[in-house]
Ligand binder design. Structure first.
Ligand code: G3P
Ligand code: CA
Length: 233
């Protein structure tokens, strides 16, 4: 089962920051999940559309420039990273699951991905873009047919993972509280990977293994890795 560091190694470091990302790389995860909001002139790694919970600032991320945001403390004196900083720090070492946290204009986002691929900063196979806004990932898949997209859901629809297959998604990312074997089996039949969020407790990891989930998002990737190493023979 794959281990994705959720907002980086966010159980031990401030979420979506450089230290959380570098720690995830040190642990040797299968992927790093981050959240993206758009500022006036750049894409930033931050979960909420409001600055208040995770930074020293107040107001909406989308009302500020990246330079203005760089003066804020995102935890332990760290800055809110830009998408480009994430790509550079990762340097193609692992898969990046970039979650789009609100509806924003996607042309520039697609351009950033393409230019980084052309420069060799990241390979296509190390990019997975996900969102709860399926219209956004649908647009991206049309614009960039090679792109792997992940369809997020917190529900178990009546026709299970059909929506993700219709999106031509690579994976479906589902809330651990609701995912069950019927959903996983249906997704597998449709050729989809199933990744569950957010799975930290050993009992929950064991349950995900039992129902056949392919990967988990966890705030404690080192602990999850150790658990898997001791469980799977
Ligand atoms: O991408 C999986 C998970 O991160 C979605 O929920 O609120 O943690 O971004 P949230
Ligand atoms: Ca997320």
């Amino acid at each position: 089962m794959k281990i994705f560091a959720h907002r980086g190694a966010s159980g031990d470091f401030p979420e979506n920051t450089k230290s959380a990302i570098l720690e995830a790389l040190k642990v040797g995860v299968d992927g790093i999940e981050v959240d993206i909001q758009s500022a006036i002139d750049n894409y930033m790694l931050i979960h909420d559309s409001w600055l208040d919970r995770t930074t020293s600032g107040q107001g909406k991320v989308s009302d500020f420039t990246a330079q203005q945001l760089s003066s804020l403390d995102a935890g332990n004196g760290e800055q809110i990273p830009t998408l480009q900083q994430l790509l550079d720090w990762n340097n193609n070492k692992t898969l990046l699951n970039i979650e789009l946290k609100h509806a924003f204009e996607l042309e520039k986002f697609a351009d950033i991905l393409i230019s980084n691929i052309e420069k060799g900063v990241i390979s296509k196979s190390n990019i997975l873009v996900s969102s709860f806004d399926h219209h956004q990932i649908h647009w991206l898949k049309n614009a960039l047919p090679w792109l792997n997209i992940g369809a997020l859901t917190s529900s178990i629809p009546l026709n299970y993972a059909k929506f993700a297959q219709e999106l031509n998604a690579f994976s479906v990312h589902v809330d651990k509280s609701f995912v069950n074997k019927a959903f996983v089996d249906d997704a597998i039949d449709r050729g989809l990977q199933v990744y569950a969020y957010t799975v930290d407790k050993p009992e929950d990891i064991a349950h995900m293994l039992k129902i056949g989930v392919h990967g988990i998002f966890t705030n404690y990737p080192a602990i999850a890795k150790k658990y898997l190493a001791n469980t799977i023979t």
